[in-house]
Design a protein around this ligand. Structure first.
Ligand code: ATP
Ligand code: MG
Length: 302
């Protein structure tokens, strides 16, 4: 559905926000874009929706070029921006319904879908209050509803879970999965890696404008299957350790699942306290993006 090839964006004064990004997004798939502040995530989305012009590279959305045809991009694509849009003079319900109508939805269908979304995200109690009085989280959820009330084939969400409470974040992730189940492609930016890990099919990690890893959460975590945390009295790193991080007497060791019995035996002998966990996407992410400046940034793309 979305095909991006060697996309590069250099802003004025030479900031290289995207540096040769290539990726593919399929229908029915949720893709999570991860990366530190300033990694280039918003810049990437803005180019797809036609808000920022690429310096080089190619974007194909359902075979067409959204850069040359921004009107087409707006039809094929729904977008929730990272910046909160000012909503004044309308209620949340009205704001959502207006977008639904502008995007071509029939009056009755839009009204029904709006009511359904307000209920699904549990924000009905604020639906008819003036939008300028909404809390930050409810405003974010309203913007999310505006993006998906009449969704395009591609739905792009820039940090949709920011400011949202944990219970409503779960409701939001359910709606994201429902969009994919209905055949839409979803690309979302999030810093909420642990939650994203359960809801996304494909992860793309950006660092300094480049893709440093891409694949399913399970395939990215596969290389570092377990994490052992120990408070160790003494002793150097054991031979089965893949990576060792020492902070005073606290050691964090990653290891292959097959070495777990040896790790437990070692920890029982050397540690005051220990815990063994399966490594998740968050550890993988930190490992990928914590490389010091100038360190090897070889891409880990399958
Ligand atoms: N309009 C602009 N003009 C010049 N530089 C910009 C502009 N927008 C973004 N940048 C720069 O481009 C880089 C990438 O910014 P971008 O907003 O894409 O990052 P991001 O990954 O979305 O970060 P965050 O997680 O903080 O939202 C940053 O160095 C930023 O300062
Ligand atoms: Mg951003």
């Amino acid at each position: 559905m979305l095909h991006i090839d060697s996309l590069t964006k250099v802003y004025r004064r030479g900031v290289r926000a995207n540096d040769g990004i290539s990726l593919d997004v399929g229908a029915g798939q949720v893709t999570g874009l991860l990366g530190h502040n300033g990694a280039g995530k918003t810049t990437l989305l803005h180019q797809v929706v036609g808000l920022v012009r690429p310096s080089a590279g190619r974007i194909r959305l359902l075979g067409r070029d959204p850069v040359a045809d921004p009107a087409y991009a707006r039809t094929a694509c729904s977008f929730q921006p990272q910046a909160q849009a000012p909503l004044t003079g309308v209620t949340a319900r009205q704001a959502i319904e207006i977008v639904g109508r502008i995007r071509g939805g029939a009056r009755r269908a839009v009204r029904g879908r709006t009511a359904e979304l307000l209920a699904a995200l549990n924000i009905e109690e604020w639906a008819d209050a003036p939008a300028e009085r909404l809390s930050g989280g409810v405003r974010r959820l309203t913007a999310f509803c505006m993006a998906i009330v009449a969704p395009g084939r591609l739905v792009m969400l820039d940090e949709p879970t920011n400011d949202v409470d944990p219970v409503r974040r779960r409701l939001l992730w359910e709606q994201v999965r429902a969009l994919a189940a209905a055949g839409h492609a979803v690309v979302l930016v999030t810093h909420n890696i642990a939650e994203a890990e359960r809801a996304i099919d494909q992860v793309v990690v950006l660092d300094h404008g480049r893709v440093v890893a891409a694949g399913s959460p399970a395939s990215l975590a596969a290389g570092h299957e377990m994490r052992l945390e120990v408070t160790a009295r003494a002793g150097g790193p054991p031979g089965w350790a893949r990576t060792v991080h020492r902070d005073g007497d606290r050691l964090t060791v990653t290891l292959a699942a097959a070495d777990a019995p040896r790790a437990v035996a070692w920890a029982q002998l050397h540690a005051d306290r220990f815990a063994l966990h399966p490594a998740g996407l968050e550890e993988v992410y930190v490992g990928l993006t914590d490389a010091p400046e100038g360190a090897d940034r070889a891409p880990l793309v399958p």
